[in-house]
Design a protein around this ligand. Structure first.
Ligand code: NAD
Length: 286
């Protein structure tokens, strides 16, 4: 079998068009506040890309750059101020922040309905309980990719490798909500190959180049590779792409698979956040 390559760029472009059309219809334009602390070059690139994606679809962006030595209290004040600002629909604190800042504590200051990264305890809890909320962008992007392929998740064996707060755990909740039978693997899993080989849908989110080999993948599986690893051969995922593509029914490439979905879903979340706040204000007025 030679797998169908799932084109994340094309799916992300469709999502962005959808968001653009929706924003055009909105009376109050959504606004995304980005906060960048310090001068990590990769973070600067990520934030720049997020802001230009906002501009493309008509989302206002409000950017704050703070010095690496900024006191935590100053960052906290800024987040609180943005939390109360009606022109701000979503707040994104670019991670990582410098070591003297408690990133978990800063994230908890973001009002849950402005938490476009879905990282607050409130949104993580809502997700686990199967309640509506803002969902972390990369897992939401994985679900969008599976849906774009028409993958039937009901009763499917879904195996996730990696149990991070950012990717693995939220994905497990999203797949459960869609009636998949979910197994989570991690660094202590005893027979990773055996568990992975049972998967109808296999998702790798570890950060180890070519961890998932062809022997670990069952014939006809759908394979989603979240990993991003910089190697001498350039950017690669967690999946041994060429060999696995011979067995899988469909597979995401790296780059060009999950990566483009993350920003697209941030735009979706910003619009969703804007609606949540409009509803709140409506309720307060009514
Ligand atoms: P993380 O380091 O927080 O978590 C890695 C997980 O992998 C842990 O749960 C750990 O238990 C598990 N693990 C480690 N070694 C393992 C092994 N040998 N076998 C099985 N499991 C093992 O990482 P993260 O933030 O979830 O990111 C994972 C990867 O996804 C990274 O490469 C990251 O760059 C990438 N990522 C990509 C995007 C995107 O937009 N495409 C977004 C977020 C993360």
């Amino acid at each position: 079998m030679s797998a169908k390559i799932i084109d994340g760029k094309a799916v992300a472009a469709r999502v962005r068009e959808r968001v653009k059309a929706e924003v055009a219809e909105m009376d109050t334009k959504p606004g995304l506040a980005t906060i960048l602390v310090g001068d990590d070059p990769a973070s600067h690139v990520y934030v720049r890309n997020k802001r230009s994606a906002c501009a493309e679809v008509g989302i206002e962006s409000i950017h704050h750059e703070l010095d690496a030595s900024v006191p935590e209290s100053e960052l906290a004040d800024l987040i609180n101020q943005l939390g109360q600002d009606d022109s701000v629909s979503g707040i994104l604190l670019q991670l990582p922040v410098p070591g003297h800042i408690d990133s978990d504590a800063m994230i908890e200051l973001i009002p849950p309905d402005k938490d476009v990264d879905g990282l607050t305890t409130m949104n993580a809890g809502r997700l686990v309980q199967g309640r509506a909320g803002l969902v972390s962008c990369t897992p939401a992007g994985v679900m969008e990719l599976l849906d774009s392929e028409g993958v039937d998740l009901r009763g499917a064996e879904a195996v996730i490798v990696g149990r991070s707060q950012l990717v693995g755990r939220p994905l497990a909740s999203l797949l459960l909500a869609r009636d998949a039978t979910v197994t989570m693997c991690h660094s202590r899993t005893k027979d990773l190959a055996e568990v992975c080989s049972r998967a109808d849908v296999l998702i790798a989110a570890v950060g180890r180049a070519k961890l998932v080999t062809a022997e670990m993948v069952g014939d006809g599986a759908v394979v989603i590779d979240v990993g991003i690893n910089r190697t001498d051969d350039g950017l690669v995922g967690d999946v041994d792409f060429d060999a696995v593509a011979e067995k899988a029914a469909a597979i995401t490439p790296v780059p060009g698979g999950v990566g483009p979905m993350t920003i697209a879903m941030l735009l979706v979340n910003t619009v969703k956040a804007s609606h949540l706040q409009q509803d709140d204000r409506g309720a307060a007025v009514g």
